[in-house]
Design a protein around this ligand. Sequence first.
Ligand SMILES: Nc1ncnc2c1ncn2[C@@H]1O[C@H](COP(=O)(O)OP(=O)(O)OP(=O)(O)O)[C@@H](O)[C@H]1O
Length: 267
Amino acid sequence: MYEAAIPADPPSIPAIHGPPAQAVPALAVEELSHSFGKRMALDHVSFAVPPAGFTMLLGLNGAGKTTLFSLITRLYSNRSGAIRIFGFDLRRQPTRALERIGVVFQQPTLDLDLTVRQNLRYHGGLHGMAPSDCEARAREELERIGLADRADDRVRALSGGQRRRVEIARALLHRPKLLLLDEPTVGLDTESRRHILDHVRALCRGQDLAVLWATHLMDEATDEDSVVVLHQGRLRASGTVRAVRAEAGAATLPAAFAALTTGERRP
Ligand SMILES: Nc1ncnc2c1ncn2[C@@H]1O[C@H](COP(=O)(O)OP(=O)(O)OP(=O)(O)O)[C@@H](O)[C@H]1O
């Protein structure tokens, strides 16, 4: 009911005269804070993810990456600050905001005793997709990840890397425009890691998709990426890899990251 009072379109109408309108970010996080008791997991964090392209969310253990994902997916509700997805405020327009995102959580969430197809159908049902559309999309995404021939196998029979790929296919089933992945390569061998990363980068290029990929593995970032660096709940840097390197006065991203995440909280 609350949503009916809100304009259907995000606030990005370009002016006919005047400066060109900025593209609405896929994700805008504004002054976001979150505490667990006295522990501040996120402290006035602000950054934006461009509407298409690959953004790495970099942070050591405990930086606040999972807490941030939990707030963006509404597992927790934010009491301070704002989260906008393609201009839709998550608190005021949750349906419009959430339908635009797909999520791969840190912990695997497939039902191991259901088949691949049944897992995808279940997700499509939750998103209100018509069964025929859901079937067609499942076929499309399974073909894209090279697992169409495993659609009727139980997930339990798949390798760790294959399960991750199914989770990515599932996250994309309802055609989101922003894909969030929380440490999606943890626990995978080098080849599976590379395969998953290459797959998501290709999606990003070919599907006009914005990706936010949380990791603490520096070697997963490239010079073309945008990065957001979190440390102990605070934003330490955000922007292109080049800008972040320049800000830290470092020659490489790992060196910049080390410089930005050393020591205690900045005042
Ligand atoms: N449910 C919770 N209850 C209490 N404290 C929590 C809870 N979840 C996270 N924290 C704390 O919040 C801080 C941020 O944790 P978070 O899991 O968001 O970090 P992270 O960057 O995802 O780390 P990791 O890479 O280890 O998953 C940590 O100090 C953590 O101990």
